[in-house]
Write a protein that binds this ligand. Structure first.
Ligand SMILES: Nc1ncnc2c1ncn2[C@@H]1O[C@H](COP(=O)(O)OP(=O)(O)OP(=O)(O)O)[C@@H](O)[C@H]1O
Ligand SMILES: [Mg+2]
Length: 289
């Protein structure tokens, strides 16, 4: 399948370095508490170029979060290779930011101290870190909220803190696991636009997991559809919609609607498979992985 022009330019145009992320023939088998084994991923190949925005969709429980944990170094593949910038992932990478589905901010720290946590951990000089943190808080629209605690913020504001907390470290890779799923529809659209604007500032390679196909198409340079578990890549759809994009508006573009239909067609079958497993006695536990 043809790569999108934008992605081509990242690999081409004289850039010869390895992709930001590469999963090669990856499988992941978990030992379960009952002494069994559960295969979450099978023969999964995924490449994300430097600065590329890759959205990942797939039925619930198929293995999306597991895929992110392999890139982050939180888990190792059972077989196959997980590479970041051409190197085998051997631990939690300092170059990788992770925005979780649930709020992962420290409830006992102020907004400013939450954003400062990364630079402090990395031993950066505190004066400069403070300037940077205030800068990022301004960029995510939290100017004036530096001294608040997370419980004094709305859900959308807490997500902004989480974004600033990740982006201040200027990760070259940003992994996002359904980061906006707990937000209402309007806040979610606003946050998506803000994410795109922030992404343009430092251009990390992004893997963005979502259940929302519209969100995936509106944000991504490509949408990767995973199969029902154990997940493998079913199909990759380049999204050649122009940037900059406004997520609320782009969904009225006829090209968007056509993409939605194509991708939904691929995704629907997998959702049906996953759903049918929940309505029958068949549990996808495999001892033969
Ligand atoms: N540490 C683990 N031990 C055993 N099984 C696990 C472990 N982590 C994940 N799994 C199983 O692997 C499968 C894939 O899980 P994963 O969290 O990756 O799915 P997902 O696609 O992110 O689902 P959702 O869309 O609901 O977030 C699930 O059946 C899950 O129970
Ligand atoms: Mg998940």
């Amino acid at each position: 399948m043809a790569m999108p022009a934008q992605t081509m330019s990242m690999f081409g145009g004289g850039e010869t370095g390895p992709p930001a992320i590469e999963l090669r023939g990856v499988s992941k088998v978990f030992d379960t508490s009952g002494g069994g084994r559960y295969q979450a991923l099978r023969d999964l190949d995924l490449t994300v170029g430097a600065g590329e925005f890759c959205a990942v969709v797939g039925p619930t429980g198929c293995g999306k979060s597991t895929t992110l944990t392999l890139v982050a170094g939180l888990e190792r593949p059972t077989t196959g290779q997980a590479l970041v910038h051409g190197e085998n992932v051997s631990g939690i990478g300092s170059d990788v930011g992770f925005v979780f589905q649930n709020d992962a901010v420290f409830p006992w720290k102020t907004v400013l101290d939450n954003v400062l946590a990364g630079p402090r951990f990395r031993g950066r000089p505190s004066g400069q870190s403070r300037v940077d943190a205030l800068d990022w808080l301004r960029r995510v629209g939290l100017n004036g909220f530096e001294d608040r605690y997370p419980h004094q913020l709305s859900g959308g504001m807490r997500k902004r803190v989480a974004l600033a907390q990740s982006l201040i470290n200027e990760p070259r890779i940003l992994l996002m696991d359904e980061p906006f799923s707990a937000l209402d529809v309007q806040t979610r659209a606003i946050m998506s636009d803000e994410l795109l604007a922030l992404w343009e500032l430092t251009r990390p390679a992004v893997v963005f997991v979502t259940h929302d196909l519209e969100e995936a198409i509106a944000l991504g340079d490509k949408v990767v559809v995973l199969t029902a578990g154990p997940a493998t890549v079913k199909e990759i759809f380049p999204i050649d919609l122009p940037r900059p994009r406004t997520v609320q508006e782009i969904r009225f573009d006829p090209a968007f609607v056509a993409l939605y239909q194509d991708i939904w067609h691929a995704l629907r079958d997998e959702v049906d498979v996953a759903y049918s497993r929940t309505t029958t006695a068949t549990v996808p536990v495999r001892g033969d992985a």
